[in-house]
Design a protein around this ligand. Sequence first.
Ligand SMILES: Cc1cc2nc3c(=O)[nH]c(=O)nc-3n(C[C@H](O)[C@H](O)[C@H](O)COP(=O)(O)OP(=O)(O)OC[C@H]3O[C@@H](n4cnc5c(N)ncnc54)[C@H](O)[C@@H]3O)c2cc1C
Length: 501
Amino acid sequence: MTEDNRIRRIAIIGGGTAGWMSAAALAKVLGPAYARITLVESDEIGTVGVGEATIPQIGVFNRMLGIDENDFVRRTKGSFKLGIQFVDWRRKGHAYFHPFGKFGLDMEGVSFHAYWLRLRAAGLAGPIEDYTLMAKAAEMGKFMRSVNAGNSPLSAISYAFHFDAGLYALFLRDHAERRGVKRIEGRVVQVHQRGEDGFIRAVQLEDGSEVEADLFIDCTGFRGLLIEQTLKAGYTDWSNWLPCNRAVAVPCEGGQDIAPFTRSTARDAGWQWRIPLQHRIGNGHVYCSDYISDDEAAATLLANLDGAPLADPRFIRFTTGHRNRYWDRNVVAIGLSSGFMEPLESTSIHMIQSGIAHLLANFPDRTFNPVDAERYNRVIRTESEEIRDFLVLHYKATERDDTPFWNRCRTMAVPDRLAEKIRVFENSGRTFRENEELFNDTSWFAVMVGQGLVPRTYDPVANVLDLETTRARLDEIRSTVAASADFMPRHRTFIAQHCAA
Ligand SMILES: Cc1cc2nc3c(=O)[nH]c(=O)nc-3n(C[C@H](O)[C@H](O)[C@H](O)COP(=O)(O)OP(=O)(O)OC[C@H]3O[C@@H](n4cnc5c(N)ncnc54)[C@H](O)[C@@H]3O)c2cc1C
């Protein structure tokens, strides 16, 4: 019989979004009989406190926890998100939409993208946004959840959320504590390693008490108290491809309407986010300090708000990249401690979710066979690289030549995998989702078309339908999308009816 070597004690260090998401998920999946879970957090240090836009995968996480969606939106003063509008990214005065879900309908086994490119080449297509309900509804300020309506696009409404990150952490804390997670308030001042192998034995708090565990989850944010300051896992810097290294954030008053999408507006040396919640709008300016000072960045942000600011601007510094080992010995880094990419496509909270899912899929026992950590590290690294490439595309594929920052981005060499994706698209208009990468062919297509890449020709298999049939079918899709968007309630009305804070 094999020995029961199961992990008996888990210590999560840090109580930001990463800490409480980890605590809630591990408590739900493992249960109190499996292992005792303790979370240590320090009110004095606080959390990074931003991170308010998400992608649809978070719905899977919340459902796994058994969370009622209306309750979640209400308690986090949240709103719904149908995608991201990119303003001034391709050139000043231009805007496009990266929707969740899909464009149009694949027909005869051929992708909708191919038919649309063919029709566009013939001068007969409308803007790509006309062929997806997510973009059309966003434009009209509408939102509802999917209903059972057969082939109608109303049956497949894809969405994510905007929420107050601090309230989400509190909401999850509630869930985790009800499932037996013990919370300790206090600052970790020392980390004790075992002599023989350098595994972490315990963390020591200011009052001298120690928290011992078999497995430690480092959720201490950018500082990486265990993974970096103690285990020296190392960091790979990606700023050559994603040069922004600072952000300044400020909430402001919102208006009557709540836009059901995130807006990203390119600025001279970076970009600005706008995330509408029920009670305010979250704003931030992500920029590169080589080209603009902190004061100028804050001034740009404050000059471009929809309403009066509700707090002083907060500055955050970061280095884009990732930890060389996310999992080292008995420490797994999740959240900002594991690395960071700017929130251009709202991927950080998803990476927390992914870290938790892969930890559970490769869950160790007390022998900590390195095989589990090796696999985990490889999978998370690949996922990060794929997201990185998608973000780099936004900067590289631009016509902007009006500032030194944009000239640098437009002319930079990009990672090989991205260079190949661009070559493939420029040849035939094809986009692919490789392996299990997060962003699918629709996302790649939306951003490549939106940023102004033009394929040499369309996918030849689109010729299976003659041009007139293609035109008639796409016109029908377009009018069904418009009629469906008309039918939907306003986003504000939907929230008032279902989940007002
Ligand atoms: C500018 C910016 C914008 C972002 N926007 C988005 C977005 O729109 N969407 C998205 O998905 N993500 C976004 N993110 C990322 C998101 O904010 C983070 O992924 C998320 O907040 C998780 O943070 P965290 O929990 O890892 O770290 P933190 O929030 O920094 O939490 C760290 C925790 O560790 C504790 N701690 C640290 N040291 C000690 C110690 N010595 N003793 C005890 N406790 C300690 C702290 O008290 C705190 O509880 C953004 C990030 C930035 C910087």
